[in-house]
Design a protein around this ligand. Structure first.
Ligand code: SF4
Length: 368
């Protein structure tokens, strides 16, 4: 029974490992690319019957443009049955600037409702170096030219909270004067285990990021609001009507199909998680299957809805899905309102500016 309105394709390839990155990725070698594409085609055939007639598509990674233009052409060929059999309401693809060239642009140009997100992370070469990005600001400009030559629906990702790096607000302001981006994602740097940055931190070569406050987020939030953006999700800003429709489906707890290593699917109350290892994925080994029971659904509802700063946690919607709000959750919400961390807006509760500063703590105190 088709229930999913989103198709996610995970491309696990990156040319280098950024020093903060804890995601699974591998270097794109020819034999690996071949095996990946073959298995992706197979997995899509197995799962495409779960897709509704109208869907969003999101190609993420890794870096989907890292393996080059021939790979991209073949990937689009694999997706062509989906493109011809479904109405596409949004087609998003992530890319890193150093790998988005004219050839990539030509291949993607004809896709319906194309939306491109460029993971630039920072604008200054010294700051890119600090977080171990193997690129430079010149590539940002080239990628922007190529992206805007094929779509006006483009966004960038930036990393906030890099110790000693304070230029993001000015750089972003200058960028917005030159390019009409519609979407900005901004995430705080965190030091994850098993990363180069963690090793550097343990060796005393990189300071703690725990002390970084949310001021940089408020600085860019003010700047973006002045430029017509709304802060619609904790880490995401967009101009009118340019929310990422695909990601909104995750935040709204809707079903979606994910294919590729480490991709997750949620179909009719069951979550299937592919292994974060291309070899295991090729052998269909270690796929985790989890029934999403009422408790998990409630936890996820609170966690995801409170991230949506304009929508928040809707009482009517919660009651429609789960019945009346359990006392312990209602009490916790009241305490957060009293502490100034949540605000009530008719039917909904949402994070206040103060609550946004400690969003994770506030949300975790409400989850039963
Ligand atoms: S490009 Fe993205 S996924 Fe790849 S190593 Fe860097 S941060 Fe990780």
């Amino acid at each position: 029974m088709p229930s999913a309105e989103g198709l996610y394709i995970h491309v696990p390839f990156c040319l280098n490992k950024c020093n903060y990155c804890a995601f699974y990725s591998v270097i794109p070698r020819p034999e690996m690319i071949e095996a990946y594409l073959e298995n992706l085609k197979k997995e899509l055939l197995e799962k495409k019957s779960f897709l509704k007639p109208e869907i969003t598509i999101f190609i993420g990674g890794g870096n989907p443009t890292a393996p080059g233009s021939e790979f991209l052409t073949r990937l689009m060929k694999i997706l062509s049955p989906v493109l011809s059999e479904h109405t596409i309401s949004e087609f998003s693809i992530e890319t890193n600037p150093e790998t988005f060239d004219k050839k990539s642009a030509k291949i993607l140009k004809h896709l319906p409702k194309l939306r491109i997100n460029v993971g630039i992370q920072r604008f200054q070469n010294s700051e890119l170096k600090t977080i171990g990005r193997n690129t430079c600001s010149e590539f940002n400009k080239l990628a922007f030219e190529n992206v805007f030559s094929i779509t006006e629906n483009a966004g960038i990702d930036v990393i906030l909270g890099i110790p000693g790096c304070k230029s993001i607000k000015n750089d972003l302001g200058e960028c917005l004067m030159n390019y009409q981006f519609k979407h900005i994602s901004a995430y705080f740097l965190s030091i994850e285990e098993n990363t180069e940055l963690h090793k550097m931190h343990l060796a005393g070569k990189f300071p703690d990021t725990d002390d970084i406050d949310a001021s940089e987020l408020f600085e860019i939030s003010d700047l973006l609001k002045q430029n017509g953006f709304k802060h619609y999700e904790i880490s995401n800003f967009c101009t009118t009507g340019r929310e990422c429709r695909h990601n909104l489906q995750y935040w709204h707890g809707l079903d979606y199909v994910g294919i590729g290593p480490s991709a997750v699917s949620t179909i009719n109350g069951v979550r299937f998680s592919n292994p974060p290892d291309i070899h295991e994925w090729l052998l269909s080994k270690n796929i985790i299957q989890e029934k999403i029971d009422r408790n998990i659904s409630i936890t996820e509802y609170i966690f995801l809805r409170l991230r949506l700063l304009c929508e928040g946690f809707s009482i009517k919607d919660f009651e429609k899905k789960f019945g009346s709000i359990p006392d312990e959750i209602f009490q916790a919400i009241q305490s957060e309102i009293a502490a100034g961390n949540l605000e009530r807006n008719s039917d909904s509760f949402m994070l206040s500016k103060n609550g946004l500063t400690f969003a994770n703590q506030v949300i975790s105190r409400i989850i039963p």
